[in-house]
Design a protein around this ligand. Sequence first.
Ligand SMILES: Cc1ncc(COP(=O)(O)O)c(C=O)c1O
Length: 499
Amino acid sequence: MINVIARVRESLAEIDSAGRKDAARPIYHRLVSCLSASVADGSVPIGTRLPSERQMANALAISRTTVQNAYRKLESQGYLESRRGSGTFVCARPEWAVKAASRPRRNYARNVSATSNTFLLDLMQAATETHRYSFETGMPDPALLPTAEFESIIADLFSRRSGEWISYSPTQGVPRFRYALTQSLLNFRGLAQVPTDQVLVLTGSMQGIDLVSRLLLNPGDAVMVENPTFPGAIQIFRSYGAKLVGVPVDHEGIAVEAMEELLERHRPKLLYIQTTLQNPTGATLSRSRRMRLLELVDRYQVPVLEDDAYGLLQDSLETRPLKADDPDDLVIYLSTLSKIVSPGLRVGYLVAEEGLARDLAQIKQLTDLHTSTISQYLVEGWLSTGDVRGHLQRCRATYRERVDLAFRILQGDGTLRPYMEPTGGFYLFCGLPEPLTAAKLRAHSVQRSVIFASGDAFTVDGSLGNYLRLCVSSTDLPTIRVGLERMLRLVEELAATAS
Ligand SMILES: Cc1ncc(COP(=O)(O)O)c(C=O)c1O
């Protein structure tokens, strides 16, 4: 068994002898940092029972209160959990919190600390892991993939267009694919007659958030975002040194009435917003708020990055994107194939005023030269010859049924509080009963093969740690039933032992 006390002594001695800055910090801080680092580098493995507060205090000749405070701090960060009657244990998750503060990065560039959060890294890893009840990664159901259509397009590509799909291609995107986007997906969203020159093909829509940030943001600039919002966007903005100004979200979308004062105070360089089926809440911006929002951004001349990742999964024509009512070209429209076909293709696209689209392409050339040529040919083939409308209808109906069922189960049970009733899309965002946190629940639920994403990763201020995001898109109805039941019973058990 690992000797935790010896490991802590060694680690404290290392801090002191290396003359590190933290050597001068109070013992409480040093204890927190060496225990967290030991958990993160695996030298104190997950599942280890820590010495009692008294044992640790005696061994280090420090007060018991200091040890108690350090253990509490580590518990709140998700490193430890205390089990009544059995002691304090190193717990499995959340890995992103565990890793975040761990490794020294002395020679790295300053903005690297902003990318130390590994939430997305872990989410991508989880996408390939098999958990019986996986409510974590936001993916379309592979069973809905139009496989036969794709097979025939691939066969055709391999037989006829080998020269084209194997080659480099223009940074802006394969011309016939850009054109196909204007005729199909953009058109379906009410963006009729978009000139092809305004379309930039992306290696996933994440790349669009990155390119726009690189073009518009200087360190210290403010970016206004919904709070909660997509963690990938939060991390990218932070990596450019942006200050995030969070605006609450309710069932009608971003709280536009709170925006004016914040616009006045922070003068943001950019507004990042999801107007339809927002990740993680499922909210869609109401018509009246859309109009008010457009007025405000026009008055304050704030460019808008409108992320419409889930827009094609909304069945109502009411939900046209802001970009459809944007005469002054303040809106950069962003979307992706990741939620309707496959995230592994890594194909996204944006629409921006022509000059802006060209400048963004110039930045893209430095990042990846161009998006995978074969992915673009594949999707182009499908958009031009496949039953795209029929596919989208099947996706909408299937996901709607799944979120509806999950919502009914949660509402009927009452243990978890849904943030709002979703009208489609992939997600439900729900609150846990006091005093449970998502990190604590996850440490247990993972052992029962139930996984989900913790709410705090979606916020700009680390709040909503008592919320979780459940993704039900790739889980069939019977599995949603059993998985949620299992999770709800676990929440009840934990709540009972915690209170
Ligand atoms: C709102 C939002 N934007 C962008 C992305 C990233 O998608 P892509 O695979 O296109 O990079 C996601 C993925 O979850 C998302 O939820």
